[in-house]
Design a protein around this ligand. Structure first.
Ligand SMILES: C[S@@+](CC[C@H](N)C(=O)[O-])C[C@H]1O[C@@H](n2cnc3c(N)ncnc32)[C@H](O)[C@@H]1O
Length: 344
């Protein structure tokens, strides 16, 4: 199965046939494997852990698959393909990463769907590349090309981090937010409601969908003795969370997971402001799976607390898996659910 941007890329294979190829922000399809029929070496970096899981099953000696915000090596390629990111602020980062891994004078290809906003790429200025030329237009997608005019020798992550302080009920926390990660520069009102009603926790605690680490930092600020684990599907969120914890002098285990799949054992508490988007599309599916799986991951007296937009229909799923629904607090936008009716 190939996504429309990958189909557009493959029908333009004459542009890069026989070359070494790097795919940045690879999505979930078999494009990397198809490209290996045309190119001697293909590397692919996924920023979404679910995409990576699908990608890594295609790996061979000539197809190297990675998850994270960067590659674990400094090799340079003849062509780098950037899948236009759903979170627009990520584009500048991906372009610098592309320039870092391109040979001097190497070719940049950028592909994406019209509905994802790629049209505006023509106006995008990058110090690393010549002006972009539109090469093809099909499957509701566009393909742009540009040439590397200068190559960075290293990428300074700091350039892409926003630093700001957020007031939380647990006190001010310093946030380090990478481009495109949830809730930039403000405390999400749902997160605030959740933090305002945190019970005293103990033992092993999970922050599901940690984003930039706002909940994690506030939680540890109040209870540094907790053994906290933070999971997210997004490489940029995981990096942000790690940087946020470090900036506050706190520590937790931060790792990728799609849902609760990578978590081990049981938790004394699971806390979350769960996602209601998959890429650009609104969905209740991720949160519903998380609710269903949570009961298997909690100790007998474990605390489970989530906040959600009040219009999202989670009550039935919570009742089906926890036996009852306790709304601990609410306002005109959000509801706070807990598995116990204890209001403290
Ligand atoms: C609503 S945000 C909450 C972020 C942060 N906890 C806060 O309150 O500011 C939800 C987070 O869930 C992550 N996410 C989305 N789908 C996921 C999945 N399948 N598994 C784990 N995390 C996911 C997103 O990347 C995002 O960081």
């Amino acid at each position: 199965m190939l996504t429309p941007p990958s189909q557009l890329l493959l029908r333009n294979s004459a542009l890069f046939e026989g070359q070494s190829l790097l795919l940045l922000n690879h999505e979930s399809d078999s494009c990397a494997r198809e490209l290996l029929k045309l190119c001697p070496r293909v590397d692919a970096l996924a920023l979404d852990f679910n995409h990576f899981q699908q990608l890594k099953s295609q790996a061979t000696a000539s197809l190297h698959c990675y998850f994270g915000h960067q590659l674990p090596h400094t090799d340079r390629f003849e062509t780098v393909v950037v899948y236009y990111p759903k979170a627009k602020p990520l584009l500048a980062y991906l372009l610098e990463l592309a320039a870092l891994h391109l040979q001097p004078g190497g070719q940049l290809l950028v592909i994406g769907e019209n509905k994802g906003g790629i049209k505006s790429f023509a106006k995008q200025q990058s110090r690393w590349f010549s002006n972009a030329a539109k090469l093809d237009n099909a499957r509701h997608c566009l393909l742009f090309a540009a040439e590397a005019i200068t190559n960075p020798t290293a990428l300074d992550i700091e350039t892409y981090v926003s630093h700001y302080s957020l007031p939380t009920p647990q006190g001010d926390v310093q946030i380090c937010n990478m481009a495109g990660v949830f809730s930039e520069k403000r405390l999400d009102l749902g997160t605030e409601l959740l933090l305002s009603h945190l019970p005293k926790l103990k033992g092993r605690v999970l922050d599901f969908g940690c984003g930039a680490g706002v909940i994690a930092a506030a939680l540890l600020k109040a209870q540094p003795e907790l053994s906290l684990e933070c999971v997210d599907i997004n490489a940029m969120a995981l990096l942000s969370c790690e940087l946020t914890l470090k900036a506050n002098g706190l520590s937790a285990k931060v790792y990728p997971s799609d849902g609760l799949s990578a978590t081990q054992g049981e938790f004394d508490a699971i806390i979350s402001n769960p996602p209601f988007h998959d890429g650009l599309a609104a969905t209740t599916h991720i949160a519903e799976s998380f609710i269903a799986d949570s009961t298997k991951k909690l100790t007998e007296r474990g605390v489970w607390q989530i906040v959600a937009n009040r219009h999202l229909p989670y009550s039935d799923t919570i009742a089906a898996h926890f036996g009852k629904v306790n709304v601990i607090a609410e306002n005109n936008k959000y509801k706070l659910y807990r598995n116990t009716s204890d209001k403290k």
